[in-house]
Write a protein that binds this ligand. Sequence first.
Ligand SMILES: CC(=O)SCCNC(=O)CCNC(=O)[C@H](O)C(C)(C)COP(=O)(O)OP(=O)(O)OC[C@H]1O[C@@H](n2cnc3c(N)ncnc32)[C@H](O)[C@@H]1OP(=O)(O)O
Ligand SMILES: CCCC(=O)O
Length: 443
Amino acid sequence: MIREEYQKKCVTADEAVKVIRSGDWVEFAWAASVAGLLDEALARRKDELYDVNLRGGVLLTPLACIESDPTGEHFTWNSWHLGGRERKWAQKGLAYYIPLKYSELPRYIRENLQTDVVAIQVAPMDEHGYFSFGVTVSHYAAAIEKARNVIVEVNEDMPRVHGGYDHMVHISKVDYIVEGGHRGLPVLPSAPASEIDRQIAAYVLPEIKDGACIQLGIGGMPNALGQMIAESDLKDLGIHTEMLVDGFVDMVEAGKVTGRCKNLDRGRMVYSFAAGTQKLYDFMRDNPSLAGYPVDYSNLPFIASQIDQLISINSALEIDLTGQVCSESAGPNIISGAGGQLDFVEAAYHSKGGKSFICLPSTFKDKQGTVHSRIKGLLTLGATVTDTRPTVQFVVTEYGKVNLKGLSTWQRAEALISIAHPDFREGLIEEAKKLGIWRKKSK
Ligand SMILES: CC(=O)SCCNC(=O)CCNC(=O)[C@H](O)C(C)(C)COP(=O)(O)OP(=O)(O)OC[C@H]1O[C@@H](n2cnc3c(N)ncnc32)[C@H](O)[C@@H]1OP(=O)(O)O
Ligand SMILES: CCCC(=O)O
């Protein structure tokens, strides 16, 4: 029966994308999960479609439909979180950011958003009629609940994964199946860790004890920490994260991960999507020690904070002297997105014995070679506040680590200036004075 249904629903990509109409909103692609054949087929329909809005994010590969439409008349890309390519589209007016608190994404879809079609890549169907979502669990089940039509493109190389719930779709909910054969998966190489990343990670490492449960964000510093954990004496860690990356595989291979002390999902590593090298994708295939969950489970602070000793490590672009953190824009220009940063900042703080770390190098060198302090009197005009100041706990640069919780504005200014680059400290004191947050008694 299931095989018959499968055969009946199998069509070419060109056939499948005929269900997309002008004015539709389509949930389309996420990180390493891009339905390449559907994308190419949709691009071929460009001239007959107008005002089709595509949603997705963290793209690792080009999209033919966006790149074939430089006027943006036919297709618009709406990103939940911009990768480098999407950032360039945004600069050309071809992509727009959707402000996001990632744990809330399935609810936005269920309660607020028009979702006409879901067109996604999945793993091959099992004997019971289920297609695993593979490396992207995230929000797909919510989108499928809402959509008029569901198209799946089967990639024989997409790992079938284990999960908690809503990590797969049954054939009865699918309208069209496109067989893609072996299409591989895009690779996201680990961001290389710099010497400064290692210095920052060295301040965080002593805060992690056996029994802790780790979330690592995106970027070179979290990778450095992953490597340092793999080389440390720790041996009894758990993993509960949003994005699964190669660094976690290194920790497992080094014998650091047991999941023994996790109050939720004991013995299993929880994540919501994954992107990395083939080593990561091979590790994920049919691995029962992993549990892919929708992001409103992995990230919801109310859930993640139930795990004791949750340690959250994320990167930021700049911070002001009172502790407002910007992790997503350079002034008004969007760089990436808020993603799940605030989710984990809150979750780790509310976890018993948990701690949240915002890590950033003390300086940034712009394309003209000018060096700027990332610790600033005021955020750059137009910068987005990703973490409001009361939510921020530890802040770490290569010059040290401070805990901002409960500090008054002058204490925050003193603490943050103490971990600023020495070349900028005098200037920051002058700024703090002008802003009225430098205590008269302080030196
Ligand atoms: C996946 C998870 O689990 S993540 C959960 C948490 N989610 C988040 O933390 C989301 C927000 N954070 C992020 O997006 C990232 O961590 C970032 C952007 C803060 C840092 O990521 P990194 O990869 O280390 O950033 P990187 O140093 O490569 O900088 C990215 C871009 O911003 C630019 N940039 C960096 N700092 C600044 C700055 N202070 N001012 C202006 N531009 C800047 C860089 O030049 C680079 O641009 P380019 O690609 O055109 O060269
Ligand atoms: C939204 C996915 C990426 C992130 O949280 O940074």
